[in-house]
Unconditional design. Sequence first.
Length: 205
Amino acid sequence: MKPFVKHTGKVAVLNRSNVDTDQIIPKQFLTKIEKTGFGKHLFYDWRYQSDGTENPDFELNLPQYRDASILIAGDNFGCGSSREHAPWALLDYGFKVIISTSFADIFYNNCFKNGILLIKVNQEDLANLISETESSRDIKISIDLANQVIETPDGKLIRFDLDDFKKETLLQGLDQIAWSLKHIEKIESFEQKQRNTQPWLWEQS
């Protein structure tokens, strides 16, 4: 994972509530365990028409939302089944930040494990962000993770809360395994002590 400190990016709005993981990445594309290659299937049933061409009415196909790296979504984004392919698809498409009032718990945690920052805001702030984005054809906002602040083009600051552990892992670009390996000396010391005091735990069956 790459460290996430600050990001300024183009914003897209998907103002729909209860977008589930099957809508984010339909089940027929869950055929690989690699994390790449899923972006082209993101929101597949909405993004494409039956003949495979783009649906011109779908939000992410609008000219002003192309190449966005920040997604503003409706309530309860990422509900449904606990497929890790959903954050893989969002990340592969190019999204680094998702802003909503609420997220499904498993999806929320999976996104942080894959380096995507999820920000929870209140209904008023979400409505203002959507209004400001929809009034412009090329809006960019800035995210300062260290100070936990969103800055809009008109200079408005929106502060957000975030768990300390999730914040630190993103700032340092560490997944949970990499975070654990920071303590490898303590882990090895514990294992050696256990080998000496409880050798039967290490016997090969």
